[in-house]
Design a protein. Structure first.
Length: 290
């Protein structure tokens, strides 16, 4: 069982064990596992009925989940998360509470400006979560992988595709070969035939996970590439085959999921790489482009 000492470490150890045992869990317990990982601040604050409602399971399933990992029940498991809570994680909860109250009171009265402010507030909350939960060792590993490789592949589809396009643009500022999996002409698999051992792929995907991205990742890994996954869970199919899995959660406002935190993580990854490579600053000007 994860140690139940104070601070963030005990929570991380518990999440790591959940990830290790995820494949052996029942369908209901898998749903709870992903929720616990992605909403650890809620687990420390919400009651068992609220957690069960979010997961669309009975409270008894939450108790079974806790006992599976060696706790006497939900309260003992929750104590691990409560001990790790700080006010630093409060912005996202405050935001979600406020947006839920607005929706329940009738969102039809919201003005365009109020909608914009709520969406921006959600994006800010997501950035706070990312800053608080960024895994320093994994982030450094990802930067080192990019620094050491000669060729970077980028794979993403649908909602995540804008992040891949940004990374393609950013990595072009290095001297490395950069390949964006565009899927033009449905040639996803054809593009992957150029992957070589020692290449690094950056893949971005979130639940329910784009099939095109997963297929490209499988082919790249089979051909000897190492994977940097930008995804939402240690239990995601990307994280399971990744050398470095960077986790990020973007908030959903009125049913629309932002890209703010994901884009911020992607930009941070490039800036850290540029610093590691000591890239010189080259301003763009009409003369330089001529």
């Amino acid at each position: 069982m994860a140690s139940k000492g104070n601070g963030k470490t005990s929570v991380d150890q518990f999440i790591a064990r959940i990830s290790t045992e995820y494949d052996s869990l029942s369908k209901q317990l898998k749903v709870i596992a992903k929720y616990v990982e992605q909403h650890r601040d809620h687990v420390g604050l919400d009651g068992i009925q609220q957690l069960a409602t979010h997961c669309q399971v009975q409270p008894s399933a939450v108790v079974r989940f806790a006992k599976h990992f060696g706790f006497s029940g939900f309260s003992e498991m929750q104590a691990v998360f409560r001990e790790g809570l700080t006010r630093q994680l409060a912005p996202s909860r405050n935001y979600r509470t406020r947006i839920r109250d607005i929706i329940e009171s009738g969102s039809g009265s919201l003005s365009s400006v109020e909608i914009a402010r709520e969406f921006l507030a959600g994006s800010q909350a997501g950035m706070h979560e990312l800053e608080a939960n960024l895994d320093a060792a994994t982030f450094k590993k990802a930067v080192d992988m990019l620094r050491e490789t000669d060729c970077i592949w980028i794979a993403a589809s649908r909602r995540s595709f804008p992040v891949a396009v940004y990374l393609d643009y950013a990595f072009q500022h290095t001297d490395k070969r950069v390949c964006l999996m565009s899927g033009l002409g449905s040639m996803h698999q054809g593009q992957m035939r150029s992957v070589r051992k020692g290449d690094v792929m950056v893949a971005i995907s979130f639940a329910p996970y784009a099939e095109e991205t997963l297929a490209a990742v499988d082919l790249a890994v089979e051909r000897g590439a190492r994977l940097i996954a930008i995804t939402d869970s240690r239990m995601s199919p990307l994280a399971k085959v990744a050398t470095a899995a960077l986790l990020v959660q973007d908030n959903s406002t009125f049913g629309f999921r932002a890209l703010t935190s994901t884009m911020g993580l992607a930009q941070s990854l490039f800036i850290a790489l540029a610093y590691a490579l000591e890239l010189p600053y080259r301003p763009t000007s009409p003369k330089a482009a001529a």
